[in-house]
Design a protein around this ligand. Structure first.
Ligand SMILES: Nc1nc2c(ncn2[C@@H]2O[C@H](COP(=O)(O)OP(=O)(O)O[C@H]3O[C@H](CO)[C@@H](O)[C@H](O)[C@@H]3O)[C@@H](O)[C@H]2O)c(=O)[nH]1
Length: 422
């Protein structure tokens, strides 16, 4: 039998996701109409013989997370549990801490998935690859090709082209190492804990030599990438399965819009029922659009491509929405226009207002380009990016909001351009 672990991290991270992560933990942010994590869970639940999915992170369990877990268990008919780390233990430390839970029931293998990636999740392909290519007890990393410059932002893998064995692994190198990058999706077996255990023991020894301040030892994080993969490379234990299917990181709000586009596109195959269609008395749909059944949309509105409309959203006459995510309860009044933006929960956009951002999409002429997880500022200036309205923001009628980030609960009285409105 098999298991899967999803690394969901915790609240300190995800700063590039503000102000959206104030309201909902980043892994639950909706991407193509469903919580980011649901795409992972769906993919895991489809793998034959999958018995349990464990979410590991350091979020305080809250109502939102509990509700999500209960609903997902019912929908996918599989055990899904959240295991909370007492501190950020790192990508390797978290799974090591909960190793007894992972190996209980004796799974022969388990997947580990980073929560902040969008992917076609070729999990069954990874299993077959492991059986055909690897040594019996080897581990598999999912890899994809990036361009030379962008590869430096990821874990980089040098492989033996004949056997696909990982010969070198360097996490976020400062100069070019390889254009094969780590997708943050792995297939392990319980042997991995011996390797993490060796690092854990060494860290403990080192800590004993340190003077404890105030009687406490800090939790020593173990990173799968730097501490484990780098050491396993070249030992005949670690293999890379390269995928040609879609894959992208979700670090910033801009990349959430891009990831939505990738999943909406995949819905043609996996969930055609989630894609809106043009019909009598309905709005004009252009390209891939997700509309929650509880949304109320005027038939003269035009939506798409790449638009997701959440629960209870109201969209007035003549409204235009493109490349955007409209979160639950938002109200888009008549003739407003929303492009390349995320409109927060319960926000209102006045009549004839224009809310617009600048997309940070990958270069369409480079097949290996990835979306840049842009920094908020460059040369002391806010980089033009998608516009984000936090929850409960009110935009007056007939103004323009361009490339701006508006923090929650703001009632604006005029237009803004290239600003963070605190
Ligand atoms: N449970 C838990 N999860 C964690 C922790 N630290 C990070 N995570 C989760 O682990 C994933 C990786 O997060 P980062 O540590 O921020 O790494 P990264 O910059 O995203 O890079 C990783 O992913 C890339 C692919 O997206 C890889 O290319 C790279 O090599 C690396 O694995 C995220 O889903 C994050 O929530 C931790 O202490 N505990």
């Amino acid at each position: 039998m098999l298991k899967a672990v999803i690394l969901i991290g915790g609240p300190q991270k995800g700063t590039r996701f503000r102000p959206l992560s104030f309201e909902v933990p980043k892994p639950l942010f909706p991407v193509a109409g469903v919580p980011m994590l649901q795409h992972h869970i769906e993919a895991c639940a489809k793998v034959p013989n999958m018995k349990e999915i464990l979410l590991i992170g350091f979020y305080q369990p809250n109502e939102e997370l509990t509700r999500f877990l209960v609903n997902a268990q019912q929908e996918f008919k599989i055990s899904i549990r959240y295991l909370q780390e007492y501190a950020a233990l790192g990508t390797g430390g978290g799974i090591y801490h909960f190793r007894d839970q992972i190996v209980s029931g004796s799974p022969e293998a388990f997947f580990v998935l980073n929560a902040d990636v969008s992917s076609a999740f070729p999990l069954t392909e990874m299993l077959s690859f492991q059986k055909e290519h690897g040594e019996p007890n080897s581990f598999v990393i999912l890899g994809t090709t990036a361009n030379r410059t962008q590869s430096l932002n990821y874990g980089c893998i040098v492989e033996n082209e004949e056997t696909n064995e990982v010969l070198h692994y360097v996490e976020k190198p400062s100069t070019f190492v390889s254009d094969i990058i780590n997708c943050g999706i792995y297939l392990f077996n319980p042997d991995i804990f011996q390797h993490i255990g060796t690092v854990f023991q060494k860290n403990q020894q080192d800590m004993l030599l340190e003077e404890p301040t105030n009687g406490w030892h800090r939790a020593e994080a173990i990173r799968l990438e730097q501490d484990i993969f780098t050491a396993l490379a070249g030992q005949g234990k670690l293999y890379v399965y390269k995928t040609l299917s879609f894959w992208s990181q979700i670090k910033s709000a801009g990349s959430a819009i891009y990831a939505s586009r990738l999943y909406l596109n995949q819905y043609h195959k996996t969930h055609p029922e989630r894609l809106a269609v043009n019909k009598e008395g309905g709005p004009k749909i252009s390209g891939n659009v997700y509309i929650h059944p509880t949304a109320n949309i005027d038939p003269t509105a035009t939506l798409g491509p790449n638009v997701s409309i959440g629960t209870g959203v109201t969209i007035g006459a003549g409204v235009r929405v493109r490349e955007s995510v409209i979160l639950h309860g938002a109200n888009l009044q008549d003739h407003c226009c929303v492009l390349n933006s995320i409109v927060g929960w319960d926000s209102t956009i006045g009549k004839w207002a224009r809310v617009e951002g600048t997309p940070s999409d990958p270069n369409p002429n480079d097949p290996y380009a990835k979306i840049d997880s842009e920094t908020l500022f460059r040369d002391g200036k806010l980089t033009p990016s998608i516009t984000i309205l936090g929850c409960n923001v009110t935009i007056p009628s007939e103004v323009i909001i361009l490339n701006s980030i508006v923090l929650p609960h703001k009632d604006l009285n005029r237009g803004f351009k290239n600003q963070i409105i605190l």
